[in-house]
Design a protein around this ligand. Sequence first.
Ligand code: XIL
Length: 318
Amino acid sequence: LQALVARTRPDVRVGAAAALGPLSADADYARQLIGEFGAITPENAMKPQSLSPLPGVYTFEEADALLDVAESRGMAVHGHTIAFTEAMPGWMQDLPTGSAEDRRASADALLDYVTTVVTHFRGRLASLDVVNEPFDVDQGTDLQQNVWYRTFGPDYPVVVSRAVHDADPDVAQFINENGADVPGPRQDALLDLALRTNELGGHIAGVGLQAHVYDLGTDAISVEDLTDTLDTFGAAGLQVRISENDVTDAEGTDAQAEQYVAVLTTCLRSPTCVAYTTWGVDDRYDWFVDEDGDLQQGHDLLFDDGDPTPALEAVRRA
Ligand code: XIL
């Protein structure tokens, strides 16, 4: 897919979220990832809970090993992620922020984390999600009041962005969010946040639109809506990455394929769209927790049990 895309858009990387486990243990997975994609996003290995389980303790081994593989194959790496409510280790999440003195200490700890991590990976990341899923999980438009917010206030993305820039001025910085793929209040909030962050001295190159399509009835992304979206961000001087696309096959593989084709081809028609990434490689490793709390296998990626899905065949033809 990367090779096909490069014919018309040599500037666009086609990537996948990747994990070291299957990459080292499963030859099918390694072949799919390396054969089809030109970039990786570490699925979990660069989240704060993976990188710093305890204060001042850093575990870079898994992320480094994943980056070694990517680099040996000429694949770009998109880093994921610095400030992310859901994926913090306990020590970070629970830093006291009640008093001014507490906030001075938590600011030191958080900035030390950013500087250590970004310095460690300097030169190896093309781009990085500096803030991930900043808005309320209920699809609202208010910032989640996590430890970053409680420490630095509502403009914490400025602080994160500047600290990242100080440690690695060359990495392209993104704010990544779900549910902002089509025009609406959540997309407006994301646009405002990116612009405001830059007005206040941040270094945001653009936004990541996750494009998780778990239900074609409610989250389908139309060509028109995505085109408008890309136009909006482009007019504001921001880039867009389609950062975590996956599409359910619950409504059939034709409908799934059609949605994949719509998102990828619309991205490729817009100069604003600089990357296209699927959230995983093979359904074999794709699990989610259903409404009853049970673990279910996902059926929403471009490979299934070692083989290309009809959706992959369709995007290759498109
Ligand atoms: C998910 C991973 O895919 C899972 O393996 C993990 O258990 C939870 O996180 N949005 C994001 C990603 O930005 O970091 C999430 O990744 C999926 C939703």
